[in-house]
Design a protein around this ligand. Structure first.
Ligand SMILES: Nc1ncnc2c1ncn2[C@@H]1O[C@H](COP(=O)(O)OP(=O)(O)O)[C@@H](O)[C@H]1O
Ligand SMILES: [Mg+2]
Length: 473
């Protein structure tokens, strides 16, 4: 990438004008362009006014304030654009533009700098927040040389987009460091073997009847020979939680690709935490990150950009746990069915289950599903027992109620393990005021609604529920 091009203000103005047109529906006028160019050169309003033939008052009072407000919406990404912050933000905008431009030219088998790119990267049209997550992950890869990054979180929370943005930024900052950058989206009904074979094929290796172990080791060799950034998006689609044999395959795969010293990195996104399906030694350079919703400012900004306003926006982002894809759907529904009035939407007291979360919950509650019978019962218990008055249930109450409810002698250790797993999957929320206080549990409203409404009849299926006692150990 030609860095002179990035820092050419005329070119940047063109890029900016295009974005203003797309998002604000108008183009920049000459006075605004003058203020932007002058600010780029760190000039005071006085100097800009004399350079471009305007009055200082006009630029400072009438052009500046609405311009900054508009630019904050268009390019601020949660940050307020001001005269002094403008230059840095514009550089970022320009860099993103060039990376997207190059990435759009490079779908399959193409080059960015010296890097060969394979697979279809998701298109990122709007991106809010996540600076902290991305910077943390970049550091883990670039400085701490981690060989595997596992990003987990509920459906729609933004795992795929964070992975895409991370790769985009890494490519932008070190465009010639990697030999290969590969995006592999896992299809449903695929298998580890299939994914490994597809990855090996990229390196033009001949394989015949090698077993999975051998294939993994061939792939690992390639990761040592070339510097690769491999993204495996949607690893959870490979996971069958009850199958022990498969569990070993996940382990072989993750350990096989990370234990040998190499300069490559595997980025995995998954709804199911990988710690749950593979026992991985803490010595291996693997990082697990659980992605939560967007930060408050970005979530609010997202709603504002979709035309919603008012104090109630804060309630919306809390109810939907700042999940960007849920917020998108809810904003869309409020606009379409409630004339954009957040208040009117609240008057009807409804909770919208966004399709991605529904798909995720179907996979949890379906058969075969990802929940054990005990985990399912706990989820149902929490949904039925929490209310507006009792938002969360203390752990000991949960144990006692479960015992009573099912006249079971429950194994406390099994309940503890189940709660940990449910919390790691972001299905329940553990609330701890301090590390010594008893934990209490609640459900995100969307999940509670799914359980109680049971849209596909997967939750209250009789035959899969606990009928007999579990042994107390
Ligand atoms: N940081 C973000 N900024 C803007 N929109 C986002 C962001 N993260 C997610 N989204 C929206 O939510 C949708 C789902 O995100 P995605 O990354 O596919 O979620 P996941 O992989 O966790 O299921 C995206 O298509 C996008 O519309
Ligand atoms: Mg995804």
């Amino acid at each position: 990438m030609d860095s002179n091009k990035i820092f050419d203000i005329e070119k940047i103005l063109e890029i900016l004008d295009e974005q203003v047109l797309q998002k604000a529906g108008r183009t920049l006028n000459p006075a605004e362009k003058a203020v932007i160019k002058g600010s780029w050169d760190s000039k005071e309003y006085k100097e800009i006014a004399s350079d471009y033939g305007y009055s200082v008052y006009y630029l400072q009072q009438e052009v500046g304030p609405p311009l900054w407000a508009m630019l904050s919406k268009v390019i601020g990404n949660g940050i307020h654009v001001k005269k002094i912050t403008l230059k840095n933000i514009l550089i970022k905008v320009a860099k993103e533009y060039y990376v997207k431009l190059e990435a759009s030219k490079v779908n399959n088998d193409s080059l960015v700098g010296k890097t060969k790119i394979y697979g279809e990267f998701p298109k990122i049209s709007f991106f809010y927040g996540r600076e902290k997550d991305i910077n943390y992950l970049k550091k883990q890869i670039n400085i701490f040389k981690k060989r595997c990054i596992a990003i987990t979180g509920v459906g729609g929370v933004g795992k795929t987009l964070v992975a895409a943005k991370l790769v985009e930024e890494i490519l932008l900052e070190n465009s010639n460091v990697y030999d290969y950058v590969v995006w592999k989206k896992v299809e449903r009904n695929s298998s580890i073997e299939h994914v490994v074979t597809e990855l090996i094929n990229i390196f033009d290796l001949k394989i015949d009847k090698e077993n999975l172990q051998k294939r993994i080791s061939l792939l690992s060799q390639q990761l040592s020979l070339h510097r690769c950034l491999l993204v495996i998006d949607g690893f959870d689609k490979l996971i069958q939680i009850k199958d022990y044999e498969e569990k070993l395959e996940y382990e072989d795969f993750l350990i096989g690709l990370t234990q040998k010293v190499h300069q490559s990195c595997l980025i995995i996104t998954s709804q199911v935490p990988l710690e749950e399906v593979a026992c991985i030694s803490t010595d291996l350079p693997v990082v697990f990150v659980r992605l939560e919703g967007l930060d408050e400012n970005s979530a609010i900004q997202m709603l504002h950009d979709k035309g919603l306003s008012g104090e109630q926006c804060k309630n919306i982002i809390e109810i939907y746990r700042r999940n960007p894809s849920a917020l998108e759907v809810v904003a869309d529904r409020i606009n379409r069915f409630f004339g954009g009035s957040v208040q009117r939407f609240f008057d009807y007291r409804t909770t919208i289950i966004e399709p991605r979360i529904q798909v995720m919950l179907n996979r949890q509650f379906g058969t075969p599903g990802l929940l054990s019978s005990l985990q399912r019962e706990i989820m149902i218990y929490l949904a039925e027992s929490t209310s507006e008055k009792l938002i969360s249930i203390p752990f000991l109450k949960l144990i006692n109620d479960l015992k009573e409810r099912f006249s079971l002698e429950l194994s406390i250790s099994e309940v503890i393990t189940a709660m940990d797993i449910l919390e790691q999957r972001s299905l329940v929320e553990g609330n701890r005021k301090s590390s010594k206080q008893e934990v209490s549990y609640s459900l995100p409203p969307v999940i509670k609604k799914y359980i109680l409404a049971d849209p596909l009849g997967l939750v209250y299926k009789r035959f899969d529920r606990i009928q007999t006692r579990e042994i107390a150990l």
